[in-house]
Design a binder for this molecule. Structure first.
Ligand code: MLC
Ligand code: AMP
Length: 516
């Protein structure tokens, strides 16, 4: 099926029809849970309709935002599907975000409903604005799933209507809500399902969070579209993953999943023997990890490349050569080009430059930020990814770096500017520089260099600074180490030379073996 996300017709809600409608007749298992129980498609469908009815009864209208800061559970999946059915915009949020972080998202997105863990409800009620708060615990219990009426309709939505908003931070430190349309999500899921050969015979090992593009747009959408089953683990936990692996036909993970699996001697041809495909993305996968995984399991990891704004853009082939270190050719229907960042002129094969993409997968823009949106697109509709890439003679892309100041830690994006702003606001800090140092587990670990404010009586220690930041920002954004320096290294233009800092601390985590 080819979806044209710009077409205004026909208002039938193709995404909900593709993902939700088939569930009612699925009497077999859809989700296999850690405790050995399972949920049939029909059960998930029933829960979806109940949640949709409860949201509707609370006044949630099509186009309204439903923010959710909930633990991963079958009900969290149903909540997403309920929003699609209702025509509401689903806005998932990492449970690791602090109340301070949530306050910004709520103020910006003005959701009609905020679904959260009961333990967070009191704190969040202070920042919820006009949103109705619904509690949902880690087992999915709460007023939305308690029973009652069912919303059986599927609200008409055109492919151009917004289905989800996922916040991604930015180089300015201000998070932006990336709006993905129904057409965007369906087109990408359909392409991936076909490229990766997902069918109703598949059992996907789903250990990713459900609040990011990887776990939601890729893992969940593709499985639902294919009618596949999912082993639905609440999070990555090595023991559970190894226990479930022999039952899975497919695995999707960030590179940390693969390095952690490889560090365990139980990963073998036998334990991974049922897998037909192991997919990696969200951060660079080292060729050495690819080789080691192949040597141990016989499987060639299929690496693909995407981002929140675009879902998936490129993938190594299912059939044909998978080249370690590359992310494969652009997906069918996606155009990718490598250009000179300043002139926009296309670069020849083998030359590294700015990567730009265009296709039915590319998002509608940033929520209420038309100027920011416009500045990230070229006139001919190509989106400037902020990644640096080169293309080889076979058309395979390699991501060689980032034009944007970004750290990717265990697959989570950390924008240094956001952390630097939080550091600079602390008493006793004159200025700071945040960057990523190589980390054996997370790929990159967040590190801060601080210049103390000599005019201030406060002289916070490393531990105090880490504790103060942790109150404001999620743990994965909080620097794992803080160093003090008299001056930050700057170039002639006055720009902090983060490359130099990274090089200086290249052995920081590697030497100490520090994982936390
Ligand atoms: C957890 N911590 C992290 C971290 N995850 N620190 C840095 N980076 C991370 N990614 C913190 C914890 O809060 C804890 O801090 C300490 O580090 C140790 O935690 P852990 O027990 O080792 O972490 P764990 O819970 O096992 O989580 C690690 C992980 C997880 C890699 C499994 O981060 C994860 O699931 N990452 C996937 C992220 C993802 O889905 N990205 C996709 C984005 S979409 P403390 O202080 O509490 O002790 C995208 C587009 C695309 O990028 O292309 O897919
Ligand atoms: P996010 O904003 O969380 O969606 O992160 C998207 C970013 O992750 C991209 O812009 C890339 O920098 C990075 N990324 C995703 N997949 C890969 C990959 N396979 N290799 C290298 N970087 C990747």
């Amino acid at each position: 099926m080819t979806i044209d996300p710009t077409s205004a017709a026909p208002a039938s809600n193709p995404l909900a029809n593709a993902l939700c409608a088939p569930l009612a007749s699925r009497g077999g298992p859809l989700l296999h849970l850690e405790d050995g129980s399972s949920r049939t498609g029909a059960e998930v469908d029933g829960e979806t309709r109940r949640i949709a009815a409860a949201l509707r009864a609370a006044g949630v209208e099509p186009g309204d935002r439903v923010a959710a800061q909930v633990e991963k559970s079958p009900a969290a999946l149903s909540l997403y599907l309920a929003c699609l059915r209702l025509g509401a915009i689903y806005l998932p949020l990492n449970p690791a975000y602090t109340d301070v972080e949530i306050a910004y998202f709520v103020e910006d997105a003005e959701p009609a409903a905020l679904v959260c863990d009961p333990r967070r409800a009191a704190g969040l009620s202070a920042v919820a604005g006009g949103a109705t708060i619904f509690e949902m615990d880690a087992d999915g219990r709460g007023p939305l799933t308690a029973g009652g009426a069912a919303f059986d309709a599927i609200t008409p939505r055109s492919p151009d209507d917004v289905a989800t908003i996922l916040y991604t931070s930015g180089t300015t430190g201000r998070a932006k809500g990336a709006m993905l349309s129904h057409g965007n999500l369906l087109a990408n899921a359909e392409t991936l399902r076909a490229c990766w050969r997902f069918t109703a015979e598949d059992v996907l090992l789903h250990a990713l969070p459900l609040f990011h593009a990887h776990g939601l747009y890729v893992a969940a959408n593709v499985s639902l579209l294919a009618g596949a089953q999912m082993i639905f683990l609440p999070k990555f936990e090595l023991e559970s993953l190894l226990a479930a692996l022999p039952r899975a036909t497919a695995l999707m993970g960030v590179p940390t999943f693969y390095t952690r699996l490889l560090a365990d001697p139980r990963l073998s041809r036998e334990t991974a023997g049922h897998l037909r495909v192991a997919i990696s993305g969200s951060a660079p996968l080292f060729a050495s990890t690819w080789e080691a995984f192949k040597a141990r399991t016989g499987l060639e990891i299929l690496e693909r490349y995407g981002m929140t704004e675009t879902s998936m853009n490129a993938s190594n082939p299912y059939e044909g050569a998978r080249k370690p270190g590359t992310v494969g050719p652009p997906l069918p229907g996606v155009e990718a080009r490598v250009v000179d960042a300043d002139s926009g002129a296309p670069l020849p094969v083998g030359e590294a430059g700015a990567l730009e993409v265009r296709g039915p997968n590319v998002f509608k823009g940033y929520w209420r930020m038309p100027a920011k949106t416009a500045s990230e697109f070229r006139e001919d509709g190509f989106f400037i990814t902020g990644d640096l890439a080169q293309v080889d003679a076979d058309g395979y892309l390699t991501i060689v770096g980032r034009a944007k100041d970004l750290v990717i830690s265990g697959g989570y994006n950390v924008y240094p500017k956001e952390v630097e702003d939080a550091l600079d606001a602390l008493e006793g800090v004159a200025e700071s520089a945040v960057y990523g140092a190589p980390h054996p587990d997370f790929g990159e670990g967040v590190v801060a260099e601080i210049v103390r404010d000599v005019g201030s009586a406060a002289a916070p220690s490393e531990t105090e600074i880490i504790a103060a930041i942790r109150e404001r920002l999620a743990a994965y954004k909080t620097p794992k180490r803080v160093f003090f320096t008299d001056a930050l290294p700057r170039n002639a233009m006055g720009k902090v030379q983060k490359k130099l800092l990274r090089e200086r601390r290249a052995d920081l985590f590697v030497e100490t073996g520090d994982r936390a």
